[in-house]
Ligand binder design. Structure first.
Ligand code: SF4
Length: 98
C-alpha cells in the first residue's frame, strides 16, 4: 500500500521566507536599552548560546517586560526552571554534606 503525504506536509519554506520572517520578528522587538533586546535575540539566533535563547524567549513571551518574566506562573513550561532571574541551587558534590 502506497502512502500519500498530505499536501500541507509537502510544503517547504524557502530560505528567503525564513529570512523575511526573522527580519519581521526582529523588527518587532522593542529597541529599548540601545537595542539590547535585539542584540540578545541576534545572539540567541546564532545557536551558540542557550542562555541567550532562554532569556530571549522568556522576554518575548512576556512582551519584553523583565519584571513579568520573574513573575511567570506557567509552571508547566519547560523553560520555567531556567527562566531569567532564578537562582539555581548549586548541586552538592558527593563528598559534601548539606
Ligand atoms: S518560563 Fe514563563 S516566561 Fe519563560 S517561556 Fe515559559 S511561560 Fe514564557
Amino acid at each position: 500500500m502506497e502512502r500519500t503525504i498530505p499536501e500541507s506536509a509537502q510544503q517547504t519554506i524557502s530560505q528567503d521566507e525564513v529570512s523575511e520572517i526573522r527580519r519581521q520578528h526582529r523588527a518587532s522587538i522593542p529597541g529599548l536599552h540601545h537595542g539590547a533586546y535585539q542584540r540578545l535575540w541576534d545572539k540567541a539566533m546564532t545557536g551558540r548560546s542557550l542562555r541567550a535563547a532562554v532569556r530571549s524567549k522568556c522576554l518575548d513571551c512576556m512582551c519584553w517586560q523583565p519584571g513579568e518574566v520573574k513573575l511567570c506562573t506557567c509552571v508547566a513550561c519547560p523553560l520555567f526552571p531556567c527562566r531569567p532571574g532564578q537562582r539555581r541551587k548549586r548541586t552538592l558534590a558527593p563528598f559534601e554534606t548539606p
